[in-house]
Design a protein around this ligand. Structure first.
Ligand code: MIG
Length: 878
């Protein structure tokens, strides 16, 4: 019936289009057409199916299953604070399988208590109440006290696609006026997604701009934030999905897909950090990356010959620009063929890799997923790919070809285990030569010669994966997971080749859960001030989407930056998780030395600072690898209740971001503007990172104050609960602040992470509330840390008007410290008269710095832990 209607209406719509184009005058015939058109519009709308009414309820041990003939809805509790909601328009639930969710989490269950009343059926856990309306099937989720957190706004709608019969769906939720939305991963635009709509369809978005959507990755996960409280929703569907946050309807948000399973997870906070940790529990975290990948990385498209790479490496060392990695882009290959090396450009490749290692540089090589269709040419990736049936095929059984960098190319069928295993093996020779990392580019997948710039949608893929029934499907389902499975093949392949070495994989495309296979970057940005500004919300959003190891092309990919722009970008980038300078072919040189000594000196000082801060950064990363709380954080994540009415502070605070819990970076929100801008502090105690002086008044916010209003001048001053200061933009100084209560570990300057720092560890104490810090170290490259070979020390301090006491915990783990002594630097100290005691014994090596109001004391590293107390001396000392 629907089918007939569709064909009939399809013809009418086509005719109507022709009439419109040919300028058909309004006549009786046209009127008849318009009437038919209306009828068809109504008719097509009628094809949408909604499920109403609870017909039958099955109480499950861990949830509920409802028949709404012919559909079915199932809600189960994986944990007390985490639900899986799944629904089908037929009697069969979607397949319980996932590319994103970890197997152990997918099968986790808690038991629940069933509830019902005249209007609804449902259940509750220790933390959540779930009610399903008997008439509409609408779901309401409340906290234990009955406060509604999330509510369906209208029935779920199913809709058949005209062309191929895929059954799409859409879910609508009530959107309160004061709710804000964060996440969706790889997106431009404001951090808060409210008011926008977004598409998940992995796209090679060369020269993307502020409004470009979709981009390279699909991360269908977001956080809802209202009045300081949060929840998360993760739509686990790999098809083309869409999200709308009040663009379509003022008071609804919605998400849906063109096909595939209607399965989503509800993650209760209420702390936003708890949502992040739950998302990590579901989809995993990035395993601790190698230490060198936190160093400065230099890249370009391309350093074409070994001589050029050598020059770049030597120049970095000669100019004393600390650095750890150099990237080889596609021109190192023969005819752009992945897994080859052009030996006219790199005649002694393995010797060259060794030379670079001696110079303390890691090489990261691009290796795209497309395999040159090169029969009878001795190109092993093609030959073995054909022999193993590893390439995707057209409907007629022939291999699908697309034109990419190598010319005519074939594409691996990455959703098959055997194909990933084969592909992972292709890295063998390069990896055994000593290459440190691989760069998975073009894996949206990108194809040059088709109108949709990717593999044709009806191309067939094989699904062979635990949890899924083995089957043949098409790119409609697989397109968005080619990138993640490519990265997975790379990561697993590297691990299989070197069992005890941390793989480093940088991928451009991915899907939710892809963080498990390494790092990502924001793709082909441009060398403009607006792209520098955009990078902050983009990286924050990737972090919220699980990708804590993320960076952008510093200096911009397309085009050439002005020298000031490159400098400003290298400053902000020093505080990004990944720090990689990269640019495209035929642009100007973009290395840190370009533009003369003055610019280079500023840039070097920021790269130096990054290396001094590595102990802190790496400790934050190690925690992120366990918890999923990202390195680079929007302010609401740490300070969900900063504002008087508890709206997210990021809405007012421009491009401010946090690195870990303690560092606040406040670049100008509009970096090409010259007038002063306001820095808003999320709590009462903050110190200037560069000078150590206190910049706020330390008075805790008054809870009774009205909603804060950001101001642009006045330094410092309180507004409502918050304090701001006014900053005059200055190319030499990126404003960075430290939370009062932070204890930061820093190290002496090194030129690469391969060097052992020489001198004491520095421990900076910034007195304030909740005073603590932590230090994590290990060998930086192996997996020995998983077997106890690490170093961990925790710090706390207690502060009173006349005394500060630092407690250093005993060391856990067996990795030795490189330092023998700790230089304690106590900020906010205003007198040369003091008594310092280490474990009760007076020590007298202190130095008071009146300019920075800091006290410096040297104490030995002591694995058993120690207590340092510093008291102001009473005036009797005269
Ligand atoms: O079509 O390998 O985003 O970083 O330099 C361009 C060449 C292919 C796109 C990547 C970019 C890389 C470039 N690649």
């Amino acid at each position: 019936m629907f089918h007939v209607l569709r064909i009939f209406c399809g013809n009418y719509l086509r005719k109507a289009r022709v009439m419109y184009r040919t300028g058909y005058a309004i006549s009786r015939k046209a009127c008849a057409f318009i009437v038919m058109l209306l009828a068809c519009t109504v008719g097509i709308a009628a094809q949408a199916v909604t499920l109403h009414a609870v017909n039958q309820t099955h109480v499950l041990n861990s949830g509920i299953e409802i028949q709404s003939n012919p559909g079915v809805l199932q809600i189960v509790a994986l944990r007390d604070d985490l639900l899986r909601i799944t629904m089908s328009a037929t009697s069969k639930l979607p397949e319980d399988a996932s590319w994103a969710v970890l197997p152990a989490s997918r099968i986790a269950r808690v038991s629940v208590t069933p509830d019902q009343d005249a209007l609804s059926v449902g259940f509750h856990t220790a933390l959540l109440q779930v009610r399903i309306n008997r008439q509409t099937l609408g779901i309401t989720i409340s906290d234990a006290s009955g406060h509604v957190i999330s509510q369906d706004a209208r029935p779920v709608e199913y809709r058949a696609d005209d062309k191929n019969g895929d059954l799409g769906f859409r879910v609508w939720k009530v959107m309160p006026d004061d709710e804000h939305y964060f996440g969706l991963g790889d997106k431009t635009g404001p951090l808060d997604r409210r008011g926008g709509s977004y598409v998940m369809w992995n796209t090679d978005a060369y020269r993307f701009q502020e409004g470009t959507d979709p981009l390279y990755k699909s991360i269908p996960f977001f956080i809802g934030f209202r009045e300081g409280k949060s929840y998360g929703i993760f739509l686990d569907n790999t098809w083309r999905t869409t999200f709308d946050f009040g663009k379509e309807y003022r008071d609804n948000y919605s998400f849906g897909s063109e096909g595939g399973p209607l399965t989503y997870y509800f993650l209760y906070g209420p702390q936003p950090k708890a949502v992040e940790m739950s998302y990590a529990w579901l989809t995993g975290t990035t395993p601790l990356p190698p230490l060198w990948s936190f160093g400065f990385q230099q890249s370009r498209y391309s350093y074409e010959t070994e001589q050029r790479v050598r020059e770049v490496a030597d120049h970095l060392r000669a100019d004393r620009i600390p650095s750890d990695a150099i990237y080889l882009d596609i021109d190192y290959q023969q005819k752009n063929r992945p897994f080859t090396v052009d030996n006219t450009k790199f005649p002694y490749f393995s010797a060259f890799v060794q030379e670079m290692e001696k110079k303390q540089f890691h090489l990261v090589l691009v290796a795209d997923l497309h395999i040159a269709d090169a029969p009878n040419q001795g190109y092993a990736p093609f030959n073995t790919g054909i022999a193993g049936q590893h390439f995707v095929k057209n409907q007629d059984g022939t291999i699908y070809h697309g034109i990419v960098w190598p010319g005519l190319s074939d594409f691996p069928d990455f959703t098959q285990q055997k194909t990933r295993k084969w592909f992972g093996g292709l890295y063998q020779s390069l990896y055994m030569d000593g290459v440190s990392g691989f760069w998975d580019d073009m894996n949206e997948p990108s194809v040059f010669d088709t109108p949709i710039k990717t593999i044709a949608l009806d191309v067939q893929d094989h699904i062979d994966e635990p949890g899924f029934t083995q089957r043949v499907t098409t790119q409609r389902e697989v397109h968005n997971i080619v990138g993640i499975e490519n990265a997975r093949a790379t990561f697993d392949g590297m691990l299989a080749l070197k069992l005890n070495q941390r793989p480093f994989v940088l991928t451009r495309a991915s899907y939710a859960g892809g963080q498990r296979y390494g790092a990502t970057w924001t793709g082909d940005n441009s060398s403009s001030w607006s792209h520098l500004r955009m990078s902050t919300p983009m990286l924050e959003s990737l972090g919220l989407g699980g990708f804590y190891m993320a960076g952008d092309d510093i200096g911009g990919f397309a085009g050439s930056p002005s020298m000031d722009l490159l400098t400003a970008w290298l400053e902000v980038g020093a505080f990004n998780p990944m720090y990689r300078d990269h640019t495209e072919k035929y642009t100007n040189d973009q290395e840190p030395w370009v533009g003369g000594h003055i610019q280079e000196a500023i840039r070097r000082s920021y790269i130096n600072e990054r290396y001094r801060l590595l102990p802190y950064l790496y400790s934050v990363a190690e925690k992120a690898s366990r918890t999923g709380v990202p390195i680079m954080r929007p302010l609401f994540l740490e300070f969900p209740e900063a504002t008087a009415d508890k709206h997210p502070l990021d809405l007012d605070a421009g491009n401010e971001f946090l690195v870990g819990p303690d560092l606040l970076i406040a670049p100008t929100p509009y970096p090409d503007e010259l007038q002063p801008y306001a820095v808003t502090f999320p709590s009462s105690d903050w110190y200037d990172y560069w000078t150590g002086t206190r910049v706020t008044d330390g008075v805790p916010p008054k809870s009774t104050s009205l909603r804060s209003v950001p101001v642009s001048t006045g330094a410092p001053m309180g507004i409502g609960a918050l304090q701001t200061i006014s900053i005059h933009p200055n190319l030499q100084v990126l404003p960075v602040y430290v939370r009062g209560g932070a204890i930061l570990p820093l190290q002496p300057l090194i030129q690469s992470t391969a060097q052992k720092p020489n001198g004491p560890l520095e421990l900076r104490i910034y007195p304030g509330p909740d005073c603590k810090g932590t230090l994590y170290q290990d060998d930086g490259t192996t997996l020995n840390y998983q077997h106890g070979v690490y170093f961990r020390e925790d710090f706390t301090c207690s502060v009173s008007a006349s005394r500060v006491q630092l407690n250093i915990s005993s060391v856990s783990g067996s990795y030795p410290a490189w330092w023998k002594q700790i230089e304690v630097v106590l900020y906010g100290w205003n007198t040369a008269g003091y008594v310092a005691k280490l474990n009760g014994q007076i020590i007298s090596n202190g130095r008071y710095d009146a300019v920075h109001r800091s006290l410096h004391l040297l104490i030995p590293q002591n694995a058993a832990g120690e207590v340092l107390s510093i008291a102001k001396q009473l005036s009797s000392g005269r």
